[in-house]
Design a protein around this ligand. Structure first.
Ligand code: ADP
Ligand code: MG
Length: 653
């Protein structure tokens, strides 16, 4: 089978970058869907650029270079190229691109595409892209995919790689949707859908492709749930009740009391373990409600009975944190604990795998590394999947294939509103943890109008003086992305140099290398960094008890679930914590309502429920709404009708 290495232009360095974006196979690459599209299928000429006044206009035209000149100071001159497309003239300002003088010579014919604006009485652009004129243009006249970038990945590289992957493998993809349902719903063949979601032939085909792949995604999810439910019907060989001595002992040795909900859920899981069927259960509870502990305590009856447990978490850092917690609470119990991540290699890994296969490890905590096929258990009977929405269906089944009749629980910090539970999970068992550990003070949330940041800084400074820490969150990484929004890089400069020079600040975002991110998070957790300036990467983060402040700028651009998840990073101890939601002037009604909800409640279930009510069609443009379930294409709110329809389709099948 072809691999990423077989693609032209993919070397060791790009392989590493792809891996950083979660792409390890050709399939991953084809499943790396565009986040947006650039429509170069319609011609927009220079004359159209003038009709919108001073606003920005996307031009897409065929033109000829008519002149070159330079402006600016003698030593920092900038090239300006003038072009004409027969309907008008425009200027291309080549900041840092003076080398274009060599290619864009007078008389050259081009396909030109860019964002233009009327300035100094002429149509100008410094944000443009061109292709030399030819019979068969690569981009002109097409709908181009815009991929989410991370690390050093570029659009061009991804476009070329995805195209090759499609030619090698994608065009031979088989349908996953049963033929009958595909026809019934007027869906595309899988291979056409894949091609069109990356390289749409037309807007209509793009829509069909998205509809098809959404259907497929939800169908697989629902089949998975169905399977989990069906699996329960199988009679189990376990004949004795699992012992609970160890569980009781550990629970009573904790430095705090379990909450009522924790006790109830642990009881539910234990009751399940004695049924004649293997169970799968979703444990949903807000961030910080103590799900980890539920997992560990629930593993103890299995461990006491001599069986093995696996606990998987989506990131190395999180898994490591769980290992620390586990070794603390299991101290002196004789529970044999091990940690497996991709970092463990060579002899050490071999020894661990040997011990695991012999049954000398009771509890294996790890990352995706646990799923690889050479990780073999002697008798895996219980599995805990933390942050379940971050694991795919396939990964989940890879884990479940490691034992015969595994009971498993899936932790979810993304509350599903009660009104949707049935639609999503059907008969899957759900436990809900609503109570928070005692002594926790609800985070106080302030909404602050843009321009009043000084006040927040003063507040944060007081907190820092008490030895506490703060997060500052911005929607963008740097200025290259979009205009008129604050970005983390610039604000890092400003906060570290001008506002808080006496404190240690650090920047963290998704384009950084995994190991750098981890180092910074570790230092922050250890208190060596006081201020973390971030994009929403901190959403799924670590538990830093002394972090008491979070400022989120352009808060109106975040969806409720993201805001709620972000806020969950503070208020994780008895210390009073604060969140400042900074909003800009032009707020839609829905944005106002979202901020109000955030101010009024800290309860994730209530927020999810109200989000559901609030959502109307057409409200989400430009707002990052990801989070509640993390489907790749589907959205649990918008696509609820599709979910219902698919459940019905499945029943009729
Ligand atoms: P989540 O549900 O988001 O995974 P965690 O399991 O990480 O939350 O728990 C958050 C914090 O709460 C941890 O530091 C944990 O030790 C603490 N905790 C859990 N249960 C209790 C409890 N009953 N009383 C006090 N603190 C608790
Ligand atoms: Mg957790």
């Amino acid at each position: 089978m072809a691999t990423l290495e077989s693609l032209k232009g993919v070397g060791q360095a790009s392989l590493r970058e792809l891996k950083g974006a979660g792409i390890a196979t050709l399939d991953d690459l084809m499943g790396y869907f565009p986040r947006d599209y650039e429509f170069r299928d319609k011609i927009v000429q220079f004359k159209d650029g003038f009709t919108f006044g001073a606003q920005q206009v996307k031009i897409n035209t065929v033109c000829t270079v008519t002149g070159q000149e330079y402006f600016g100071q003698t030593f920092k001159q900038t090239l300006k190229i003038t072009v004409s497309d027969g309907t008008g003239y425009a200027s291309l300002i080549c900041f840092g691109r003076n080398f274009l003088a060599n290619t864009l010579k007078v008389g050259r014919k081009l396909f030109l595409s860019g964002v233009f604006q009327v300035r100094f009485g002429e149509l100008q652009s410094s944000n443009f892209d061109y292709e030399l004129y030819s019979e068969h243009p690569q981009f002109f006249g097409k709908i181009l995919p815009i991929y989410p970038l991370s690390g050093k990945l570029t659009q061009n590289f991804l476009r070329k790689s995805v195209m090759q992957a499609y030619t090698l493998q994608g065009q031979y993809e088989e349908n996953l949707i049963p033929e009958k349902l595909r026809q019934l719903n007027g869906l595309m063949e899988r291979r056409d859908a894949i091609r069109n979601i990356h390289f749409p032939e037309s807007k209509e085909k793009l829509e069909d492709a998205i509809r098809t792949l959404k259907y497929e995604e939800i169908l697989l999810f629902e089949q998975n749930i169905k399977e989990a439910v069906k699996k329960r019907k199988v009679v189990k060989k376990r004949t004795v009740r699992l012992p609970r001595e160890l569980q009781r002992k550990v629970a009573s040795s904790l430095p705090f009391q379990l909450t009522d909900d924790q006790i109830e859920v642990i009881d539910q899981i234990y009751a399940d373990s004695n049924l004649d069927e293997s169970i799968s259960r979703i444990i949903q509870g807000d961030v910080g409600c103590g799900k980890t502990l539920i997992g560990f305590l629930s593993a103890l009856p299995y461990i006491e009975a001599g069986m093995q447990t696996a606990f998987i978490a989506p990131t190395e850092l999180l898994a490591e944190q769980h290992v620390k917690t586990a070794s603390r609470i299991f101290e002196g119990t004789g529970v044999r604990l091990a940690f497996l991540s991709g970092k463990l290699t060579g002899k050490k890994r071999e020894l661990l795998l040997e011990a695991l296969a012999k049954g000398e490890i009771d509890l294996l905590i790890g990352t995706h590394a646990v799923l690889s096929s050479n990780v073999v258990f002697k008798d895996l009977e219980f599995a805990i999947i933390d942050e379940q929405q971050r694991f795919g269906v396939i990964q989940r089944s890879a884990l479940l294939e490691k034992g015969k009749q595994i009971d498993y629980i899936m932790m979810s910090a993304t509350p599903i509103p009660r009104s949707l539970e049935m639609a999503f999970f059907g008969e899957l068992k759900i436990s809900t943890v609503r109570t928070m550990p005692p002594g926790r003070k609800p985070v106080i949330t302030y909404t602050v109008k843009e321009g009043n940041e000084e006040k927040i800084y003063t507040w944060v400074r007081k907190e820092l003086a008490m030895g506490h820490q703060a997060y500052f969150v911005y929607p963008l990484i740097d200025e290259s992305e979009k205009m008129n929004l604050k970005n983390a890089s610039q604000m890092h400069e400003m906060l570290s140099k001008e506002i808080f020079p006496e404190y240690k600040c650090a920047l963290i975002h998704s384009k950084m290398k995994e190991e750098d991110k981890e180092r910074i998070m570790t230092d922050f957790a250890a208190g060596q960094i006081q201020i973390l300036i971030a994009t929403s990467v901190v959403e799924v983060g670590v538990d830093v008890k002394t972090a008491t402040c979070m400022e989120i700028e352009h808060a109106e651009r975040f969806g409720l679930s993201s805001l709620h998840q972000l806020r969950g990073r503070v208020g994780r101890s008895e210390l009073q914590a604060y969140t400042f939601l900074v909003f800009s002037n032009e707020l839609t009604d829905h944005a106002k309502e979202r901020l109000r909800i955030m101010k009024e409640t800290n309860d994730g279930f209530e927020i999810a429920e109200r989000d559901l009510k609030l959502r109307g069609p057409g409200d989400i443009a430009g707002v990052d709404q990801s989070g509640f379930m993390n489907f790749r294409l589907a959205d649990i709110f918008e696509d609820i009708d599709l979910v219902k329809r698919i459940r019905k389709d499945l029943e009729n099948l």
